[in-house]
Ligand binder design. Sequence first.
Ligand code: GLV
Ligand code: MN
Ligand code: MN
Length: 412
Amino acid sequence: MNYQIDSSELSADLAAIAAYSSSPPPGVTRIVYSEADQHARAYLRERCREAGLELREDGLGNLFARWIGSEPELPAVASGSHIDAIPNSGRYDGTVGVVGALEAIRALRRAGVQPRRSIELLLFTSEEPTRFGVGCLGSRALSGALTAEQIQSLTDGEGYSLDEARNGAGFSAPLAQVQLPAGHYAAFVELHIEQGPSLETEGLPIGVVRAIAAPAAIRLVLRGQGGHAGAVLMPGRRDALLAGAEIALAVEHAALASGSPDTVATTGYFRIEPGAVNAIPSRAVLEIDIRDVAPEPRDLTLEAVHKAIDEICGRRFIEYELTLLNSDPPATCDPGVIEAIVAACHSTGLAYQMMVSRAYHDSLFMARICPTAMIFVPCKHGVSHRPDEYASPEDIVRGTAVLAETLARLAG
Ligand code: GLV
Ligand code: MN
Ligand code: MN
């Protein structure tokens, strides 16, 4: 059946949420628990209430909005994504999956569907690692991959603890209650923009994700010796930036030499102190992201980067402290949920391809606790994590139609 998806509602929700940003348009910046994040959450709570959903929030701020099924004791079917956005990015990453799930539920209700299983919209807290260094914070915690103690020990770049930050945003329930019990959900489906070029290149409206790549990230603190840029002669220097620069090049080299065309490695964060033109950098902080579809080449690259850091720092008399922020296994999507998505593509008459997600998603962790798969829609030139990220209203409607049909099939 083809459920009627309201394109203007979807576009209005995307535009309203994009306006809650701490950077000027077209860029979007929405860091977890910031004022912009809190406003966007308030907007979504209101929209969920208007849609007749029952709301619950846990101690991290994960939001659960439930449409009660005719057999409410059965495990629910869930769908959702995140609304936090990295600095100066776009309006579609994550948010499409949240407003898409909400519109899918509204469309099913308008069509008079009465599902057996409850259908639940999930808004995950902090899929992006921007503030606390760990990606998929909310879904990691739901899946039990992070304990309450590990969550409690997190701090942001300004020294605020996670507890201070979440309390400030109004979330104070015990973190020990965040993890979901086994069997809580019957299935989870996430709608997301592809963040890569293949659907656009192939001219296809839908990607059905069969696996999610393995991400790893490290934080590196380098300590050298500061000093006067004019007075300290070159031979005696211990410049933290120069060590970091060599390391960033070694990261690129390690990825290129991994032997796998799928290995990617990025030094996406590099900050120096004191940061003055006439002072030798005494301290540098780098964050390095390494991924592959398979864990082995990812781990070999990680090892090569570690060796290079050791060699470069030894040669330059730099002390270093390396923290492994995460190194997660890839996820395999569930054949039953994939089958439901494929059947939904057939009944909506939309062509699709099976694919791998190179970006990570909350689905990486939901796959640990329930049958999970993802629906991708094209984005222009494959661009994401940039202000010019764009997905057309037509493509978002198509993805939402497939999601609605999938949820109806899974909920019975
Ligand atoms: C998600 O934003 C990722 O970095 O893959
Ligand atoms: Mn992202
Ligand atoms: Mn995302």
